[in-house]
Design a protein around this ligand. Structure first.
Ligand code: AMP
Length: 444
């Protein structure tokens, strides 16, 4: 199956092949023909399936079927729950539409509204927005949605989880009645079904397997620990259980580097992979990780997305991701065919809310395991997670002692990691090596 065979125009096929895609993903193969015909669609798919191109490519083509010269009105509206997703989708729209005379715009809150108002004075064919800010514009009458022909609700379940339903309804109320509606959601709760019932007309239902679904074979655990003692706990767990092929997620590149350095000093072979590393260094790290020579790989979400590493015995969330869905992606790396994988999260007081969001998303509570000697000090107060990293974590300094809450050093609770001994470097006993393969062009 090729993109051209799905009925996409030469300009779109060209942009897609320059992006490195050789064939459509299952959701694309199914969704594109439906959307091209003008029908409504309910898509069960989450990030990682290629859903963005699945709706963007046919959307671009449909807009091109009725070209509008000059200052065209907004004809396609894509609503997303987060600014990150809005930015990602809009970038895809621009990239896939780079040989087409269409203009797109992203719009989200938390930034000055004036540049957005200015941009809306120019040509915008496709608007990718988060509901809150779009509503602000509607109230200020700085956006005109009266010519929208295609509406996309991306990650609708997350929008509902985030409490956007009222905003969405207000937005729907100002759209023309006659339009094409596409709804994507990773889950089909009653709420989503109710939304879909009111929105979609005779929709095609397409559901694709969730590549990164939190599957039953993954044993998930939360290890409560103080932020300053995460590194000690990680070392303890790795040594105590003789873990090999451990993929450890940090929030930042800096955190990944520092953690790898710390682990090495502690006798655990570790390397950080991220965008700043050369391709050669990454390839080498992955090869060594695969053979078990390298015990731990420290990665950010972005770095891990670029390279498909799956079927690992251990994934560790050294820091919980800011976006709950990333948790599902991360732990999806473990759980080998037919055998169990372990996903361990080291959670400090600052991350309570993130944990709560994750548990809501996966609709279950993650069992808590308290490692003796690592009990959180109740006097330590939560601190905000700034710029994706809260202080003390992943940093190279400040070994051991908590810095907040008044200099309280724990007594009598030292971990007994030393007795576990230094693991041999051969990765023995972990069974099959993980599957490592480049995933053609995926992941940014
Ligand atoms: P999405 O599910 O839309 O977030 O896409 C997940 C990743 O898959 C993105 O990094 C895309 O660039 C990539 N991708 C989308 N379609 C294809 C394709 N047909 N072949 C290879 N990669 C793709």
């Amino acid at each position: 199956m090729t993109f051209a065979a799905l009925g996409l125009s030469a300009e779109i096929v060209r942009a897609v092949s320059e992006r490195g895609y050789t064939e459509p993903t299952p959701i694309q193969a199914q969704a594109i023909p439906v959307i091209l015909k003008g029908g409504d669609l309910m898509g069960g798919a989450q990030t990682g399936t290629g859903k963005t191109a699945g709706f963007t490519l046919p959307l671009l083509q449909r807009l091109m079927a009725k070209p509008v010269a000059g200052k065209a009105p907004i004809r396609a509206l894509v609503l997303t729950p987060t600014r990150e997703l809005a930015a990602q989708v809009e970038e895809s729209v621009r990239e896939y539409g780079k040989y087409l005379p269409l203009r797109s715009m992203m719009m989200f809150g938390g930034v000055n509204i004036n540049p957005q108002i200015k941009q809306l004075h120019g040509r915008v064919d496709i608007l990718v927005a988060t509901p809150g800010r779009l509503l602000d514009h509607l109230q200020q009458k700085t956006v005109d949605l009266s010519h929208v022909e295609i509406l996309v609700l991306d990650e609708a379940d997350r929008m509902l989880d985030m409490g956007f339903i009222r905003d969405i309804k207000k937005i729907l109320a100002v759209l023309p009645k006659q339009r094409q509606n596409l709804l994507f959601s990773a889950t089909f709760s009653d709420e989503i079904k109710a939304l879909a019932d009111g929105l979609l007309t005779n929709p095609a239902l397409i559901e694709v397997a969730r590549r990164n679904q939190a599957n039953e074979l993954i044993e998930q655990r939360v290890y409560p620990v103080d932020r300053e003692r995460k590194r000690a706990l990680l070392t303890h767990l790795i040594k105590e259980h003789n873990w090999f092929q451990v993929l450890v997620f940090t929030r930042t590149k800096h955190g990944a580097n520092n953690l790898a350095e710390f682990l090495n000093k502690d006798g655990i072979s570790a390397m950080a992979i991220h965008g700043n590393k050369s391709q050669a260094a990454r390839t080498r790290a992955l090869a060594e990780f695969k053979t078990g020579k390298l015990q731990v790989l420290c990665a950010t979400d972005i770095a891990a997305r670029g390279i498909d590493i799956s079927e690992l015995p251990h994934v560790v969330n050294y820091e919980l991701p800011n976006v709950a869905e990333d948790y599902v992606h991360r732990i999806g790396r473990t759980g080998r065919a037919g055998s169990e994988g372990e996903a361990s999260s080291l959670v400090c007081i600052d991350e309570k809310k993130l944990l709560h969001d994750i548990e809501r998303l996966i609709k279950r509570e993650i069992p808590v395991v308290q490692v003796p000697g690592f009990e959180p000090d109740p006097r330590i107060k939560a601190e905000p997670i700034l710029n994706g990293q809260n202080r003390g974590q992943g940093g190279g300094q400040g070994r051991g002692q908590p810095r907040s809450g008044g200099g309280q050093a724990r007594s009598g609770g030292a971990p007994r990691a030393g007795t576990a001994g230094k693991p041999a470097g051969g990765g023995a006993g972990r069974g099959a090596a993980p599957v490592l393969h480049r995933s053609g062009g995926r992941g940014r």
